[in-house]
Design a protein around this ligand. Structure first.
Ligand code: ADP
Length: 245
């Protein structure tokens, strides 16, 4: 067993370190429109993860020469705040943050009608306030709600969740300990209404059957995540309507 690892990641009753069954996701809470100055924003809690996303745009790109004649450019910056993990993280962007910025951008881009906004940029800033495994998926959930909150035309929202592997048991929505000591991590993002996958990564070894089973497990979570994303957006717009009336 690796140093510092819990004795067992799944106990004799089939419960995980935080008491969940293999097919249970952590509690999810989404709030839309939490920031006044950004064009769109969202706050997401997925278990112990706390994520803030802010969107600016569509606006003139900086630098201007980056502008594309036929569509908007989507930019995304993921950053983990120094106090988001147990040991202070350097505020300098790490290779991991640069990679995750790209991964999150690629997971969100298919949902946005970029060709509706030529010669502009749409920027998504994501800050991880607290991290506990699955920050990229929580960021995709937050980023897509913030884009919708900014009023940007979208094909669908994007829901995301990671399926992990502990021994040969597949577990939904792995937490930090399971990520660290488990045997596999497969983050998946999907446009739930269209049924299109926009991100599929895998760390560890998954058989073809396990990949199918992981997609089945994730599918259930996507419906719940999507419902919570929609609820958050409706709540925001109902409160705006009330103020206007
Ligand atoms: P994800 O957060 O999407 O699962 P990773 O698999 O890279 O991405 O990271 C897993 C978890 O490891 C993070 O959610 C976080 O809890 C922890 N972690 C990542 N980077 C650091 C760091 N620099 N210091 C401490 N913990 C970290």
């Amino acid at each position: 067993m690796k140093r510092g690892a819990p004795e067992r990641l799944i106990d004799e009753n089939g419960r995980r370190v935080d008491g969940r069954l293999p097919d249970e996701m952590r509690p999810l809470r989404v709030e839309a429109g939490v920031l006044k100055n950004a064009d769109g924003s969202a706050y997401v809690e997925l278990g112990n993860n706390k994520v803030l996303a802010a969107v600016y745009g569509p606006r003139e790109p900086m630098p201007r020469h980056e502008a594309l004649p036929d569509r908007a450019i989507l930019k995304c910056r993921y950053s983990m705040l120094p106090f988001s993990v147990a040991e202070r993280k350097s505020p300098q962007p790490s290779r991991r943050e640069i990679e995750l910025s790209k991964v999150i951008r690629e997971a969100l881009a298919p949902a946005v009608f970029l060709n509706e906004y030529p010669r502009t940029s749409i920027e998504v800033y994501i800050h991880i306030l607290e991290a506990d495994g699955g920050t990229r998926t929580a960021s995709i959930i937050a980023g897509s709600v913030a884009l919708a909150d900014a009023g940007i035309a979208m094909r669908d929202l994007v829901a995301a969740i990671a399926v992990g592997k502990i021994g040969n048991v597949l577990v939904l929505d792995i937490n930090g300990i399971e990520d660290q000591y488990g045997d596999g991590d497969m983050p998946i993002a999907m446009m739930p209404q269209r049924g299109e996958i926009t991100l599929l990564q895998a760390d560890g070894v998954f058989t073809p059957q396990e990949i199918e089973e992981a997609l089945r497990l994730a599918q259930k979570a996507f419906q719940k995540i999507y419902a919570e994303q929609v609820r958050a957006l409706k709540t925001k717009y109902e409160s705006v309507k009330e103020v206007e009336e």
